[in-house]
Design a protein around this ligand. Structure first.
Ligand code: MV4
Length: 449
């Protein structure tokens, strides 16, 4: 194991990675922008280095500034967290070139997954069920129209360099597709600097199911069961849970088996190692691969709490070259967990709500875990993602977790900023949520103020 780890991130995830590393006897280096100098993730680290001003492009996205901080402090490894540089193959390669261990997949695996249309092709050839779609990127409108005829309308146009829903647009007819093709191409170019787009059959209201992957660099790779993340708004997840109600208590066992086999096959096809997630859509009784994420996910705690897997601990051990000693048959679901993303935002209008955390008194109790990037007295600035904390609630059953979550959210005191805690309570009290009737458009029809 390395002796010193640099954490190239901020907020709750930097704090959490730091705590796990220190718990393993690894010293931690925090890097921070001017806006974050007094936050807990900086204070709790063994060392801290300023890497630039508030804008992320000049700090948390600055590869030279981060490499310089690693050099200065003698860090041997870099954990990128999620977002920022976590899925940037150039950063992974730059770390390797600087003699630093990147805590993540090999750069070659990242390269194979980067173009989503190529990733589809690769895993499909390996027998993984993918959403019916085009064979690679579509160079012009004509090829898109031809592909759509084969796929059948409605179709969804996606950016090949995208992910997370950026630039996606649906078309119900050839006339719409002509517009959507150009729109998607333009957006892809603006957001990613590359204009390649591809088509998939559009599922109007799928469920979003993902599978945790953990693999070492010696050829042993396992899955850590599924999470369901269907409740989202504008491609921002709001509530995640494990297990998915679809598969809880042995339900749909054959489909679960198909899902896990597909996830492991996809990961092996990419030559994956370390922690990753394979994303699927569920519609009409089938699961379809959409993409693989080469990072630790925000929602990883619901997997940790219901499988006992120490995901960040394993990330560090795997990066250090250790063997993953967990066998697939040892991964068993224990209970249920729900994660509520606490955003600094208006719970009705959804506008961001930065400001001082005059009061910040999180709940405590049986089955209550809070991963927060802030403490009372800190200021939430408008520079970064508005997620200030994750409330993760576990119980022996989903119903027990729901009951605990209602109590926890009702007693969560925050003053100085607005939060989406009222939205979470509306979701929890919605009968469709209790019944586990979820899809990606849940918030369009439920939990209204
Ligand atoms: C889709 C889809 C419907 N049909 N693909 C959005 C994020 C990206 N990872 C994939 N996404 C979707 N892909 C097809 N062919 C609907 C979505 C989608 C979605 C997926 C997961 C979670 C939330 C979502 C919200 C809206 C749309």
């Amino acid at each position: 194991m390395f002796q010193k780890l640099l954490i190239a991130n901020r907020g709750e995830i930097a704090r959490r990675i730091g705590a796990v590393a220190r718990g393993m006897g690894v010293k931690t280096v925090a890097v921070h922008s001017d806006a974050d100098v007094s936050l807990p993730f900086v204070k709790e680290a063994d060392e801290a280095v300023r890497i630039g001003p508030a804008p992320a492009k000049d700090s948390y996205l600055s590869i030279p500034a981060i490499l310089e901080a690693a050099k200065k402090t003698g860090a041997q490894a870099v954990h990128p967290g999620y977002g920022f540089l976590s899925e940037n193959g150039d950063f992974a390669q730059a770390c390797a070139d600087a003699g630093l261990t990147f805590v993540g997949p090999p750069p070659e695996a990242m390269a194979r997954m980067k173009d989503k249309s190529q990733a589809r092709k690769l895993v499909s050839a390996a027998g993984v069920p993918v959403v019916p779609g085009s064979d690679g990127v579509l160079p012009d409108v004509q090829s898109a129209l031809e592909a759509a005829e084969r796929i059948g309308y409605p179709v969804l146009c996606k950016a090949a360099s995208g992910g997370g829903g950026i630039g996606m647009a649906a078309a119900n007819s050839p006339a719409e597709l002509e517009k959507v093709y150009r729109q998607c191409t333009d957006r892809a170019k603006a957001a990613f600097g590359r204009e390649g787009v591809y088509l998939e059959r559009y599922f109007p209201a799928p469920r979003h199911i993902e599978v945790q992957i953990l693999g070492d660099t010696h050829g042993h790779l396992i899955h850590g069961l599924e999470r369901e993340c269907s409740i989202q708004r504008r491609h921002q997840k709001v509530v995640e849970e494990a297990p998915s109600v679809l598969f809880a208590n042995g339900r749909n066992a054959a489909l679960a088996d198909t899902l896990f086999t597909a996830a492991v096959t996809a990961a092996k096809t990419f030559g994956y190692a370390n922690a990753g997630t394979v994303e699927f859509l569920y519609s009409d009784g089938q699961v379809y691969f959409i993409e693989m994420n080469a990072r630790l996910q925000v929602e990883h705690p619901v997997t940790e709490l219901t499988t006992g897997l120490d995901l960040i601990g394993w990330q560090l051990r795997i990066a250090a070259g250790e063997k993953l000693t967990v066998k697939q048959e040892d991964v068993k679901r224990k209970g249920a967990a729900l994660e509520f993303r606490i955003y600094a935002e208006d719970p009705v209008k959804y506008f961001p709500s930065p400001g001082p955390l005059k009061v910040f008194q999180p709940p405590t109790g049986e089955g209550v875990r809070l991963d927060s990037g802030y403490a009372e007295g800190d200021v939430v600035t408008p520079n970064y993602d508005p997620m200030i904390a994750k409330l993760i609630i576990s119980g022996a059953t989903r119903d027990e977790a729901i009951a605990r979550a209602v109590k926890a959210l009702e007693s969560f005191r925050v003053e100085g900023i607005k939060t989406n805690i009222p939205l979470h309570l509306r979701i929890l009290k919605d009968p469709a949520f209790s019944a586990g009737e979820l899809d990606t458009h849940f918030l369009d029809h439920h939990a209204k103020p």
